[in-house]
Design a protein around this ligand. Structure first.
Ligand SMILES: [Zn+2]
Length: 415
């Protein structure tokens, strides 16, 4: 154990680096435009690499453009403890989304150096290529290739609106292409990120201990009725699909409520056809969006929704169906990584709460192949993917201190 005051990062250095990075691709509205594989993206990476080299680290870029900063461990062949995020932004992005996770990772390395602390395992700070997926249309591209979830050739073939491919842009930026992306073995992976939602701020918490990313899916409900005149047709003689909907709505909300507070049920689309005020609809189409962080609850919610639909159709004697039209599997993060984060919050006496990510992150891909978790800090008004995105220096410093402690525990630190 380390004696004396718990180690801390240098909050001023963290903030000044965030502000220095924000100058690259700065927009008039105070945001950033540093889209993947542009000159600005590469300028940002060069700045990061200069800081990494000054801290005694080596850097390498793989053939899909992921950048790794390596700080040797006492046993440098052991699996790495990985941290990082992305430096690319939306066209009208903010200063913190992704960037914070990368610069906080480097801050951990610089702080360990300042404190003369070595670790048993090597530490790597990763900059994933094309997380945003706005210029080249696949979010979390680099981490998906690294994790073996997307073939390298399909990533290379992605093209921007001007027709330039990922492969062409990598070659333009002097990244050797073609070699297989080799995945180093990873003991644990941690990503710090702004929350991009309002929960931490509303609950007045400094730290979100991210236990997972929601499972999510969309379902199309179709109910067939019979078009009929709204005046002469007696109620009991109608084949009205809205009767089914009238039964389903309270039952759907009850099903979500049974799984409160984590279940999410959203009915964003209700369409009747022909859509006339004095005609009983001949057809009803409803889109239901379902989300839950726990796979068991998520599945049981989906089953209950399906069953409610079948029962109501039968009761009303109408034909119809519900089918899943889109699904994004969620992630439950690694228990040991989460425990390391909890201990860090306790050691630093920070105000923390468990939270589930509503957005996708590179960590979802990393979690498929390595023990992984994330740490969130609040952002003002929950605003992100916006030039006005903002976060408090004190919260950003607290998140980096969390990362320092968790990395030290997982990498085996010794002063
Ligand atoms: Zn991000």
């Amino acid at each position: 154990m380390l004696s004396g005051r718990a180690p801390r990062v240098n909050g001023e250095r963290l903030w000044s680096r965030l502000m220095a990075m924000a100058k690259i691709g700065a927009t008039a509205q105070g945001g950033c435009n540093r889209q993947a594989l542009t000159d600005a993206d590469w300028e940002g990476r060069a700045l990061l690499a200069s800081w990494a080299h000054a801290a005694g680290c080596t850097t390498r870029v793989d053939s899909v453009g992921n950048l790794f900063v390596h700080r040797p461990g006492r046993e440098d062949t052991l699996p790495v403890v990985m941290t990082g995020s992305h430096l690319d932004t939306q066209p009208t992005g903010g200063k913190f989304d992704g960037v914070y996770g990368v610069i906080a990772g480097l801050e951990v390395i610089d702080s360990l150096k300042d404190l003369e602390i070595t670790t048993e395992h090597p530490i790597e700070v990763v900059v994933w290529c094309n997380e945003e997926g706005c210029r080249f249309p696949q979010p979390m591209m680099g981490s998906a290739v690294w994790a073996g979830r997307t073939p390298l050739e399909s990533a290379y073939a992605l093209a921007d609106p001007a027709g330039k491919s990922v492969r062409q842009e990598l070659e333009r930026l002097d990244v050797p292409t073609g070699a297989p992306v080799l995945r180093q073995s990873v003991k644990a992976a941690l990503e710090v990120h702004i929350e991009q939602g309002p929960v931490l701020e509303r609950c007045r918490k400094t730290i979100g201990i991210v236990t997972g990313v929601q499972h999510m899916s969309r379902h199309e409900l179709i109910i067939e009725g019979q078009e009929a005149h709204a005046g002469p047709t007696p109620m009991e003689m109608r084949r009205d699909p809205i009767r089914v909907l009238a039964e389903l709505l309270p039952a759907f909300y009850a099903a979500a409520h049974k799984r409160a507070p984590d279940a999410r049920l959203t009915i964003g689309i209700i369409e009747t056809s022909p859509g006339s005020p004095n005609t009983v609809p001949g057809r009803l189409r409803v889109i239901v969006d379902l989300r839950h962080p726990l796979v068991v609850e998520y599945r049981s919610l989906r089953e209950e929704i399906d069953r409610l639909v079948a029962e109501s159709l039968q009761r009303q004697g109408l034909k119809g169906s519900i089918r899943c039209v889109w699904e994004a599997p969620g992630v439950e993060f690694d228990a040991e990584c989460i425990a390391a984060v909890r201990q860090a919050a306790a050691a630093l006496q920070l105000n923390a709460m468990d939270i589930v990510s509503g957005a996708g992150h590179d960590s979802v891909n990393v979690a498929a192949v390595a023990p992984t978790t994330m740490i969130f800090v609040p952002c003002a008004g929950g605003l992100s993917h916006n030039e006005a995105e903002s976060a408090l220096p004190s919260d950003l410093e607290a998140g980096a201190n969390m990362l320092l402690h968790a990395v030290m525990a997982l990498a085996g630190a010794a002063a």
